[in-house]
Design a protein around this ligand. Structure first.
Ligand SMILES: C[S@@+](CC[C@H](N)C(=O)[O-])C[C@H]1O[C@@H](n2cnc3c(N)ncnc32)[C@H](O)[C@@H]1O
Length: 192
C-alpha cells in the first residue's frame, strides 16, 4: 500500500467532478483512488469545516482519510507518505508556522518521496502584490480551534520560501507563464 498526502484540502474539492480532471493533479489522484489496492489518499487542513462539509469529505470520491490538523501538529497513527502535493497552501500558511512547516513535512514523508509545490504569491485579488502592502489586509488566520475561518495571505517572501525549501529539497523549477506571481516546483525530493 502506498500513501499520498494532499496538503490543504480547502473548500472546493470535496468531491471531484469531470471538470476538475483538466487539472492533471486531480486526474492522477482519481486514478490512484480508483486503484485503491495500491494507494491510500490522505488530505489535511486545519481549517474550520461545518458538519455538512465534514460529511461531504467523508463521502468524497477521492479522499480515503481526512486529518483536520495543521501539518505542523503531531499526527498519530499515520504512515509516512510516498507522494505529496502542496499546491496553493504556502500562501496561506500562518506566519508563525512558516519555518516549521517544512521541518514538520519532512518528518511525515519517506526518504524517497516525491512532491509538488506551487505558491501563488499574489494578493489573490489584483494578480499583483499591491494589496499586501497594507499590513491589515488578509492578516488573520483562524482554524477549527476558533470555530471560524478567514483567509490569511502571503507574509513570507519568495526568496525566504526558496531559501527554506533549498535547505531540505532538490527540485525542478518550472517557468510560469501567468500574470500572477507564482512559484512552481516539480519532482521535489529530499536531499540525500
Ligand atoms: C487555497 S486552499 C487549498 C487548495 C488546494 N490545495 C488545491 O490544490 O486546490 C489553501 C488551504 O491550505 C490550508 N492550510 C494553511 N496552512 C496549513 C497548514 N499549516 N497545514 C495544512 N493546511 C494548511 C488552509 O486552511 C486552506 O484551506
Amino acid at each position: 500500500m502506498k500513501h499520498f498526502l494532499f496538503i490543504g484540502l480547502g473548500q472546493y474539492h470535496f468531491d471531484l467532478k469531470i471538470e476538475h480532471y483538466k487539472d492533471t493533479r486531480f486526474r492522477k489522484l482519481n486514478e490512484k483512488w480508483l486503484s485503491d489496492e495500491k494507494w491510500k489518499i490522505w488530505s489535511c487542513d486545519p481549517k474550520y469545516y461545518s458538519d455538512e462539509d465534514l460529511q461531504k469529505i467523508k463521502e468524497s470520491n477521492w479522499i480515503d482519510c481526512f486529518i483536520q490538523k495543521n501539518i505542523c501538529e503531531k499526527w498519530n497513527n499515520v504512515p509516512l507518505f510516498d507522494e505529496w502535493d502542496c499546491t496553493s497552501v504556502l500562501a496561506h500558511v500562518n506566519y508563525d508556522d512558516h519555518e516549521i512547516f517544512f521541518e514538520s513535512l519532512i518528518k511525515k514523508i519517506k526518504h524517497d518521496s516525491v512532491g509538488h509545490i506551487h505558491i501563488d504569491l499574489s494578493d489573490h485579488q489584483t494578480e499583483t502584490m499591491e494589496l499586501l502592502k497594507d499590513p491589515n489586509y488578509a492578516s488573520k488566520y483562524y482554524d477549527y480551534h476558533d470555530g471560524k475561518y478567514d483567509v490569511y495571505l502571503n507574509r513570507v517572501t519568495e526568496e525566504k520560501w526558496i531559501e527554506i525549501i533549498d535547505r531540505y529539497f532538490t527540485y525542478h523549477r518550472e517557468p510560469v507563464v501567468c500574470k500572477k506571481h507564482r512559484v512552481k516546483l516539480v519532482n521535489v525530493r529530499l536531499k540525500k
